[in-house]
Design a protein around this ligand. Sequence first.
Ligand code: SF4
Length: 398
Amino acid sequence: MERFTPELLAPAGNLDKLKTAVLYGADAVYCAGQDYGLRAAADNFTREELAIGVGFAHQRGAKVYVVLNGFLHDEDLLELPSFIQYLKSILVDAVIVSDPGVALLVREHGPIPLHVSTQASVLNLAGVLAWKELGATRVVLGREVTVHDAGALQRLSGVEMEQFVHGAMCMAYSGHCVISNFTQGRDSNRGGCAHSCRFSYDIQFEDFKHESSFFMSSKDLEGLSVLPRFVQEGIVSLKVEGRMKSPLYAATTTRVYRRALDFWKEHGHWDNAPWGEWQEELRRLPHRDATEASLVEPAGADSIFDEREHVDSAWGMAGVVLSAAPERGVLLECKQSFDQDARLEALTFEGETVTLSAREMLAPDYTALIRSKPSSLVRFPWTPGLAAGQVVRLGKTL
Ligand code: SF4
Protein backbone atom coordinates (compact mmCIF):
# COMPACT_ATOMS: atom_id res chain seq x y z
CA MET A 1 0.00 0.00 0.00
CA GLU A 2 1.23 3.47 -0.92
CA ARG A 3 2.23 5.40 2.21
CA PHE A 4 0.39 8.75 2.67
CA THR A 5 2.72 11.60 1.80
CA PRO A 6 1.55 15.23 1.59
CA GLU A 7 1.58 16.98 -1.76
CA LEU A 8 4.53 19.36 -2.22
CA LEU A 9 3.12 22.56 -3.74
CA ALA A 10 5.69 25.04 -5.08
CA PRO A 11 5.44 28.66 -6.21
CA ALA A 12 5.72 29.47 -9.93
CA GLY A 13 6.14 33.22 -10.52
CA ASN A 14 6.79 32.65 -14.23
CA LEU A 15 7.16 29.84 -16.75
CA ASP A 16 10.86 29.28 -16.02
CA LYS A 17 10.19 28.91 -12.30
CA LEU A 18 7.28 26.57 -13.01
CA LYS A 19 9.60 24.32 -15.02
CA THR A 20 12.28 24.52 -12.31
CA ALA A 21 9.86 23.53 -9.55
CA VAL A 22 8.40 20.64 -11.58
CA LEU A 23 11.84 19.33 -12.57
CA TYR A 24 12.97 19.39 -8.93
CA GLY A 25 10.00 17.28 -7.90
CA ALA A 26 7.05 19.50 -7.00
CA ASP A 27 3.79 17.54 -7.06
CA ALA A 28 1.96 20.73 -7.98
CA VAL A 29 2.67 24.41 -8.63
CA TYR A 30 0.57 27.54 -8.24
CA CYS A 31 0.74 30.53 -10.52
CA ALA A 32 -1.24 33.52 -11.75
CA GLY A 33 -2.40 34.94 -15.05
CA GLN A 34 -1.90 38.61 -15.83
CA ASP A 35 -4.83 39.65 -13.62
CA TYR A 36 -6.66 38.37 -10.54
CA GLY A 37 -3.57 37.14 -8.62
CA LEU A 38 -1.96 38.75 -5.61
CA ARG A 39 1.55 39.35 -6.86
CA ALA A 40 1.48 42.25 -9.29
CA ALA A 41 5.29 42.42 -9.23
CA ALA A 42 5.74 38.78 -10.24
CA ASP A 43 6.15 38.20 -13.99
CA ASN A 44 2.91 36.20 -14.07
CA PHE A 45 1.71 34.18 -17.06
CA THR A 46 0.18 35.11 -20.39
CA ARG A 47 -2.61 32.78 -21.52
CA GLU A 48 -0.20 31.06 -23.89
CA GLU A 49 2.38 30.57 -21.12
CA LEU A 50 -0.29 29.09 -18.87
CA ALA A 51 -1.14 26.52 -21.56
CA ILE A 52 2.56 25.68 -22.02
CA GLY A 53 3.04 25.43 -18.26
CA VAL A 54 0.06 23.11 -17.79
CA GLY A 55 1.29 20.89 -20.64
CA PHE A 56 4.83 20.79 -19.18
CA ALA A 57 3.57 19.92 -15.70
CA HIS A 58 1.03 17.32 -16.81
CA GLN A 59 3.62 15.51 -18.94
CA ARG A 60 5.63 15.05 -15.76
CA GLY A 61 2.72 14.10 -13.52
CA ALA A 62 2.45 17.47 -11.74
CA LYS A 63 -0.65 19.65 -11.27
CA VAL A 64 -1.15 23.37 -11.86
CA TYR A 65 -3.35 25.59 -9.69
CA VAL A 66 -4.14 29.14 -10.82
CA VAL A 67 -4.78 31.89 -8.29
CA LEU A 68 -7.83 34.15 -8.62
CA ASN A 69 -7.52 35.53 -5.11
CA GLY A 70 -7.01 39.29 -5.49
CA PHE A 71 -9.64 41.50 -3.86
CA LEU A 72 -11.80 42.26 -6.86
CA HIS A 73 -14.25 45.07 -7.62
CA ASP A 74 -17.13 44.72 -10.10
CA GLU A 75 -15.12 46.13 -12.99
CA ASP A 76 -12.42 43.51 -12.33
CA LEU A 77 -14.96 40.74 -12.94
CA LEU A 78 -15.97 41.69 -16.47
CA GLU A 79 -13.37 39.51 -18.18
CA LEU A 80 -13.30 36.81 -15.52
CA PRO A 81 -15.85 34.41 -17.11
CA SER A 82 -13.82 34.22 -20.32
CA PHE A 83 -10.61 33.64 -18.32
CA ILE A 84 -12.30 30.86 -16.33
CA GLN A 85 -13.44 29.21 -19.58
CA TYR A 86 -9.89 29.46 -20.90
CA LEU A 87 -8.46 27.86 -17.74
CA LYS A 88 -10.95 25.02 -18.09
CA SER A 89 -10.04 24.53 -21.76
CA ILE A 90 -6.33 24.10 -20.96
CA LEU A 91 -7.14 21.63 -18.15
CA VAL A 92 -5.90 23.64 -15.16
CA ASP A 93 -6.24 21.36 -12.11
CA ALA A 94 -7.79 23.89 -9.73
CA VAL A 95 -8.28 27.59 -9.14
CA ILE A 96 -7.61 29.30 -5.82
CA VAL A 97 -10.22 31.87 -4.79
CA SER A 98 -10.92 34.05 -1.78
CA ASP A 99 -14.23 35.65 -2.83
CA PRO A 100 -17.51 33.66 -2.67
CA GLY A 101 -18.71 35.53 -5.75
CA VAL A 102 -15.66 34.40 -7.71
CA ALA A 103 -16.32 30.86 -6.47
CA LEU A 104 -19.82 31.00 -7.95
CA LEU A 105 -18.47 32.35 -11.26
CA VAL A 106 -16.00 29.45 -11.37
CA ARG A 107 -18.87 27.00 -10.83
CA GLU A 108 -20.97 28.69 -13.50
CA HIS A 109 -18.30 29.14 -16.18
CA GLY A 110 -16.09 26.13 -15.40
CA PRO A 111 -16.49 24.19 -13.39
CA ILE A 112 -12.91 23.84 -12.24
CA PRO A 113 -11.98 22.28 -8.86
CA LEU A 114 -12.10 25.03 -6.28
CA HIS A 115 -9.48 25.73 -3.62
CA VAL A 116 -10.00 28.47 -1.05
CA SER A 117 -7.11 30.91 -0.66
CA THR A 118 -5.43 31.73 2.62
CA GLN A 119 -6.68 35.27 1.86
CA ALA A 120 -10.13 34.06 2.91
CA SER A 121 -8.70 33.54 6.44
CA VAL A 122 -10.57 30.31 7.09
CA LEU A 123 -9.82 29.34 10.69
CA ASN A 124 -12.76 27.22 11.84
CA LEU A 125 -15.06 24.32 10.95
CA ALA A 126 -18.07 26.54 10.20
CA GLY A 127 -15.97 28.46 7.68
CA VAL A 128 -14.69 25.27 6.05
CA LEU A 129 -18.24 23.87 5.78
CA ALA A 130 -19.55 27.13 4.31
CA TRP A 131 -16.92 26.94 1.58
CA LYS A 132 -17.68 23.25 1.07
CA GLU A 133 -21.29 24.22 0.30
CA LEU A 134 -19.96 26.61 -2.33
CA GLY A 135 -18.14 23.68 -3.93
CA ALA A 136 -14.64 23.96 -2.44
CA THR A 137 -12.67 20.72 -2.33
CA ARG A 138 -9.69 22.22 -0.53
CA VAL A 139 -9.02 25.06 1.92
CA VAL A 140 -5.67 26.80 2.29
CA LEU A 141 -6.07 27.63 5.95
CA GLY A 142 -5.17 30.91 7.54
CA ARG A 143 -1.61 30.73 8.78
CA GLU A 144 -2.82 31.16 12.33
CA VAL A 145 -4.13 27.55 12.45
CA THR A 146 -1.88 24.89 14.01
CA VAL A 147 -1.19 21.62 12.21
CA HIS A 148 -3.05 19.78 14.95
CA ASP A 149 -6.19 21.90 14.44
CA ALA A 150 -5.84 21.62 10.66
CA GLY A 151 -5.91 17.84 10.98
CA ALA A 152 -9.14 18.02 13.01
CA LEU A 153 -10.74 20.39 10.46
CA GLN A 154 -9.84 18.00 7.66
CA ARG A 155 -11.26 14.96 9.46
CA LEU A 156 -14.46 16.71 10.53
CA SER A 157 -15.21 18.41 7.21
CA GLY A 158 -14.01 15.90 4.62
CA VAL A 159 -12.37 18.87 2.85
CA GLU A 160 -8.67 18.74 1.96
CA MET A 161 -6.46 21.03 4.02
CA GLU A 162 -3.44 22.88 2.67
CA GLN A 163 -0.96 24.72 4.89
CA PHE A 164 2.10 26.87 4.31
CA VAL A 165 5.30 25.04 5.22
CA HIS A 166 7.95 27.57 4.16
CA GLY A 167 8.51 31.17 3.11
CA ALA A 168 7.95 34.79 4.03
CA MET A 169 5.24 35.65 6.55
CA CYS A 170 2.72 38.43 6.98
CA MET A 171 2.38 39.97 10.41
CA ALA A 172 -1.29 40.62 9.55
CA TYR A 173 -3.97 37.93 9.35
CA SER A 174 -3.03 36.25 6.09
CA GLY A 175 -2.43 39.46 4.23
CA HIS A 176 -5.42 41.47 5.46
CA CYS A 177 -3.26 44.51 5.76
CA VAL A 178 -3.18 48.05 4.46
CA ILE A 179 0.20 49.27 5.76
CA SER A 180 1.60 49.15 2.26
CA ASN A 181 -1.42 51.08 0.92
CA PHE A 182 -0.87 53.98 3.27
CA THR A 183 2.93 54.06 3.45
CA GLN A 184 3.73 53.28 -0.21
CA GLY A 185 0.47 53.82 -2.08
CA ARG A 186 0.52 50.13 -3.06
CA ASP A 187 -2.51 47.94 -2.38
CA SER A 188 -1.50 44.72 -0.59
CA ASN A 189 -4.74 42.98 -1.35
CA ARG A 190 -4.60 43.72 -5.05
CA GLY A 191 -1.07 42.47 -5.59
CA GLY A 192 1.04 45.47 -4.67
CA CYS A 193 2.42 44.72 -1.19
CA ALA A 194 5.72 46.59 -0.66
CA HIS A 195 6.58 44.57 2.46
CA SER A 196 6.19 47.73 4.50
CA CYS A 197 5.95 45.67 7.69
CA ARG A 198 9.64 44.79 7.27
CA PHE A 199 10.73 48.44 7.61
CA SER A 200 12.00 50.13 10.71
CA TYR A 201 9.52 52.44 12.45
CA ASP A 202 9.67 54.87 15.33
CA ILE A 203 7.05 54.27 18.03
CA GLN A 204 5.86 57.48 19.63
CA PHE A 205 3.72 57.55 22.78
CA GLU A 206 2.96 60.66 24.82
CA ASP A 207 5.86 60.16 27.18
CA PHE A 208 7.92 57.56 25.39
CA LYS A 209 9.65 57.25 22.06
CA HIS A 210 11.27 54.09 20.75
CA GLU A 211 13.32 54.79 17.64
CA SER A 212 14.02 52.50 14.73
CA SER A 213 12.27 49.30 15.67
CA PHE A 214 11.34 46.44 13.39
CA PHE A 215 8.46 45.56 15.68
CA MET A 216 6.12 44.35 12.91
CA SER A 217 8.64 42.35 10.91
CA SER A 218 8.14 38.58 11.02
CA LYS A 219 10.82 35.95 10.77
CA ASP A 220 10.50 33.57 7.82
CA LEU A 221 8.45 30.42 8.15
CA GLU A 222 10.49 27.21 8.13
CA GLY A 223 8.30 24.18 8.77
CA LEU A 224 10.88 21.53 7.94
CA SER A 225 11.00 20.20 11.50
CA VAL A 226 7.19 20.10 11.59
CA LEU A 227 6.96 17.60 8.70
CA PRO A 228 6.32 14.64 11.03
CA ARG A 229 3.26 16.47 12.44
CA PHE A 230 1.94 17.28 8.95
CA VAL A 231 2.25 13.60 8.03
CA GLN A 232 0.71 12.42 11.30
CA GLU A 233 -2.30 14.71 10.83
CA GLY A 234 -2.67 13.71 7.18
CA ILE A 235 -2.50 17.29 5.87
CA VAL A 236 -3.03 16.88 2.14
CA SER A 237 -0.87 19.68 0.77
CA LEU A 238 2.19 21.63 1.94
CA LYS A 239 2.71 24.96 0.26
CA VAL A 240 5.95 26.87 -0.21
CA GLU A 241 5.53 30.66 -0.40
CA GLY A 242 7.55 32.73 -2.87
CA ARG A 243 6.25 33.36 -6.39
CA MET A 244 8.41 36.48 -6.59
CA LYS A 245 11.58 34.74 -5.44
CA SER A 246 14.44 33.50 -7.63
CA PRO A 247 14.81 30.24 -9.57
CA LEU A 248 17.53 29.37 -7.01
CA TYR A 249 14.88 29.63 -4.28
CA ALA A 250 12.42 27.52 -6.31
CA ALA A 251 15.09 24.86 -6.92
CA THR A 252 16.47 24.79 -3.37
CA THR A 253 13.19 24.72 -1.47
CA THR A 254 11.60 22.15 -3.79
CA ARG A 255 14.71 19.96 -3.71
CA VAL A 256 14.97 19.98 0.09
CA TYR A 257 11.29 19.38 0.86
CA ARG A 258 11.09 16.75 -1.91
CA ARG A 259 13.98 14.88 -0.28
CA ALA A 260 12.46 15.09 3.14
CA LEU A 261 9.04 13.87 1.97
CA ASP A 262 10.67 11.10 -0.09
CA PHE A 263 12.61 10.03 3.01
CA TRP A 264 9.30 9.54 4.81
CA LYS A 265 7.75 7.80 1.81
CA GLU A 266 10.63 5.35 1.57
CA HIS A 267 11.19 4.63 5.27
CA GLY A 268 7.85 5.24 6.95
CA HIS A 269 9.69 6.82 9.89
CA TRP A 270 12.04 9.77 10.51
CA ASP A 271 14.82 7.90 12.38
CA ASN A 272 18.25 9.04 11.15
CA ALA A 273 16.71 11.63 8.83
CA PRO A 274 19.41 14.17 7.88
CA TRP A 275 17.55 17.18 9.32
CA GLY A 276 20.74 19.21 9.76
CA GLU A 277 21.77 18.71 6.15
CA TRP A 278 18.32 19.68 4.82
CA GLN A 279 18.19 22.74 7.05
CA GLU A 280 21.68 23.83 6.04
CA GLU A 281 20.64 23.68 2.38
CA LEU A 282 17.60 25.89 3.04
CA ARG A 283 19.78 28.39 4.89
CA ARG A 284 22.11 28.70 1.91
CA LEU A 285 19.37 30.91 0.47
CA PRO A 286 19.15 34.56 1.54
CA HIS A 287 16.89 34.37 4.57
CA ARG A 288 15.73 36.01 7.76
CA ASP A 289 15.78 34.08 11.02
CA ALA A 290 13.43 31.09 10.94
CA THR A 291 10.22 30.53 12.88
CA GLU A 292 7.66 27.74 12.96
CA ALA A 293 5.14 30.61 13.28
CA SER A 294 1.79 29.11 14.39
CA LEU A 295 2.30 25.58 13.07
CA VAL A 296 2.79 24.12 16.54
CA GLU A 297 1.79 26.89 19.00
CA PRO A 298 0.26 30.29 18.22
CA ALA A 299 3.07 32.64 17.16
CA GLY A 300 4.37 35.04 19.81
CA ALA A 301 6.90 37.83 20.19
CA ASP A 302 9.74 35.44 19.39
CA SER A 303 8.54 35.28 15.80
CA ILE A 304 9.53 38.95 15.25
CA PHE A 305 12.73 39.54 13.29
CA ASP A 306 14.34 42.52 14.96
CA GLU A 307 16.99 43.19 12.35
CA ARG A 308 17.57 44.48 8.86
CA GLU A 309 15.84 43.13 5.73
CA HIS A 310 17.42 39.68 5.46
CA VAL A 311 20.44 37.64 6.37
CA ASP A 312 22.67 37.40 3.31
CA SER A 313 23.71 33.97 2.19
CA ALA A 314 26.99 32.58 0.97
CA TRP A 315 25.39 31.54 -2.33
CA GLY A 316 23.75 33.28 -5.26
CA MET A 317 22.46 32.20 -8.63
CA ALA A 318 25.13 31.46 -11.27
CA GLY A 319 22.86 30.21 -14.05
CA VAL A 320 20.72 27.44 -15.48
CA VAL A 321 21.96 24.39 -17.42
CA LEU A 322 20.56 24.59 -20.96
CA SER A 323 21.95 21.25 -22.13
CA ALA A 324 24.24 18.51 -20.84
CA ALA A 325 25.50 15.54 -22.86
CA PRO A 326 28.74 13.48 -22.81
CA GLU A 327 29.63 14.37 -26.40
CA ARG A 328 28.90 18.13 -26.23
CA GLY A 329 29.54 18.94 -22.58
CA VAL A 330 27.50 21.32 -20.45
CA LEU A 331 26.04 24.61 -21.68
CA LEU A 332 25.15 27.12 -18.96
CA GLU A 333 23.07 30.27 -19.34
CA CYS A 334 24.71 32.68 -16.90
CA LYS A 335 22.67 34.98 -14.68
CA GLN A 336 25.66 36.91 -13.34
CA SER A 337 29.39 37.38 -13.87
CA PHE A 338 31.94 35.07 -12.34
CA ASP A 339 35.62 34.44 -12.94
CA GLN A 340 37.87 31.39 -12.89
CA ASP A 341 38.15 31.39 -9.09
CA ALA A 342 34.38 31.06 -8.67
CA ARG A 343 32.84 28.23 -6.62
CA LEU A 344 30.09 26.68 -8.72
CA GLU A 345 27.70 23.95 -7.61
CA ALA A 346 24.93 22.37 -9.65
CA LEU A 347 21.79 21.42 -7.71
CA THR A 348 21.17 17.99 -9.19
CA PHE A 349 17.72 16.44 -9.46
CA GLU A 350 18.98 13.30 -7.66
CA GLY A 351 21.96 12.79 -5.38
CA GLU A 352 24.56 15.22 -4.08
CA THR A 353 25.37 18.62 -5.54
CA VAL A 354 28.02 18.53 -8.27
CA THR A 355 30.95 20.96 -8.45
CA LEU A 356 31.73 22.65 -11.77
CA SER A 357 35.28 23.88 -12.37
CA ALA A 358 35.21 27.54 -13.42
CA ARG A 359 38.86 27.16 -14.50
CA GLU A 360 37.65 24.91 -17.31
CA MET A 361 34.91 27.20 -18.65
CA LEU A 362 34.91 28.10 -22.34
CA ALA A 363 33.05 30.52 -24.58
CA PRO A 364 30.32 29.02 -26.85
CA ASP A 365 32.86 28.82 -29.71
CA TYR A 366 35.18 26.77 -27.44
CA THR A 367 37.71 29.62 -27.00
CA ALA A 368 39.18 30.37 -23.58
CA LEU A 369 37.08 32.45 -21.21
CA ILE A 370 38.34 34.32 -18.15
CA ARG A 371 35.09 35.87 -16.95
CA SER A 372 31.45 35.14 -17.71
CA LYS A 373 28.89 37.88 -18.37
CA PRO A 374 25.21 37.98 -17.34
CA SER A 375 22.92 36.43 -19.99
CA SER A 376 25.91 34.92 -21.82
CA LEU A 377 26.41 31.22 -22.59
CA VAL A 378 29.34 29.33 -21.09
CA ARG A 379 30.56 25.80 -21.75
CA PHE A 380 31.93 23.31 -19.23
CA PRO A 381 33.32 19.79 -19.72
CA TRP A 382 30.73 17.01 -19.39
CA THR A 383 30.02 16.17 -15.76
CA PRO A 384 27.87 13.15 -14.79
CA GLY A 385 24.71 14.05 -12.91
CA LEU A 386 24.08 17.29 -14.78
CA ALA A 387 20.93 17.76 -16.85
CA ALA A 388 19.04 20.53 -18.61
CA GLY A 389 17.00 22.71 -16.25
CA GLN A 390 19.29 22.34 -13.25
CA VAL A 391 20.19 25.47 -11.32
CA VAL A 392 23.88 26.24 -10.67
CA ARG A 393 24.72 28.32 -7.62
CA LEU A 394 27.68 30.63 -7.12
CA GLY A 395 29.64 30.86 -3.87
CA LYS A 396 29.97 34.46 -2.71
CA THR A 397 32.62 36.20 -0.64
CA LEU A 398 30.73 37.79 2.24
S1 SF4 B 1 3.08 44.77 4.41
FE1 SF4 B 1 3.68 42.92 5.51
S2 SF4 B 1 1.90 42.34 6.71
FE2 SF4 B 1 1.20 43.76 5.12
S3 SF4 B 1 0.56 42.43 3.43
FE3 SF4 B 1 2.69 43.01 3.05
S4 SF4 B 1 3.90 41.33 3.96
FE4 SF4 B 1 1.81 41.18 4.79
